[in-house]
Design a protein around this ligand. Sequence first.
Ligand code: TLP
Length: 350
Amino acid sequence: MKKKFSDFRSDTVTRPTKEMREAMANAKVGDDVLGDDPTVKELERMAARIFGKEAAIFVPSGTMGNTLSLIAGGEEGTEIILEYHSHIYNYESGNLSKFAKLIPRPIKSQNGEMDIEEIKSNIKTSLRIHIPKTSMIALENTHNYHGGNVLSLEYIKEVSKIARENKLHLHLDGARIFNAATYLNVDVKEISKYFDSVMFCLSKGLCSPIGSIVVGRKKFIERVRFLRKSFGGGMRQVGILAAAGIISLEKMTKRLNEDHIRAKKLAEGIKDIKGIKVDIKNVKTNFVMVDLEKMDSFTFLKKLKREGVLALPFSEKRVRFVTHNDVDDKDIEKAIEKIKKVMEKSVMSI
Ligand code: TLP
């Protein structure tokens, strides 16, 4: 069946594969709040092993995973150092302050990597009468706002050293950590080993319908489990979802390079079109950020939608295209052709 839209809005739009739907239908289940669901247990064991951590917990969303990690890893009334454009700081409803009661200490960066000296100079270790101390640092990899950029292992290692030296909890918003590992060509353990906690999403490029996972030390995950229940996130026969998660981890993590290749192909195909700019060297994973020179994002996207192509506005003049399992080479060709058409028409009408 011909699809109506080529959907590049996000990798969250991926639908579960046929194999996932079958596994979901046949999943062994039990009451997970009572610790009875064998499929959830299997998924959590598998995640802990893959990430080289003591334990893991299945949570409904990335936002909940990050929020609970901040509550469990931070200390009320203290500061968290994080990147100025990070998802936790900007797009999680202020949960870091609302629920974790942390005070953000954002640091601007060009590509998601905060300056090391700036991190150091913003850490406050001793309690002073009028200054809150620091209890946490959070990184994001790949970095959403910075076009799916990948933080280097050297950088992560340096930040982790600083966190250790200052006894700070280091958390990773690794919503797309498998994209980062694919780009770096390393096992995901090689990234997660530097962090006290990592949140990653099964429901983005890995095609699960719902779900994220937090990994860390046993005690930390026990605390997150308690918090998940208190937030109303305790789920019952949720093996139905965990069954899809297992396929995400076993299979879907292995195909992400296809998405990266397609993102490059899209970027290459549109980079010379008049009126738009694409920073081709920044296309490392499955994102293509497009800067519009004259048209605003909403007008551009409205015109593009009429041509059957969807993407997301990121700012007034910036739009984001994301590749994933539900877009193929034909969708890429269509997107290139339609973006050209929309831009040519707009040049003619000026
Ligand atoms: N990001 C979504 C939307 O917020 C825009 C997307 O389409 O990219 N961390 C990062 C780095 C994320 O990109 C997201 C989702 C989350 C956390 C939150 O995950 P969910 O949506 O499962 O709460």
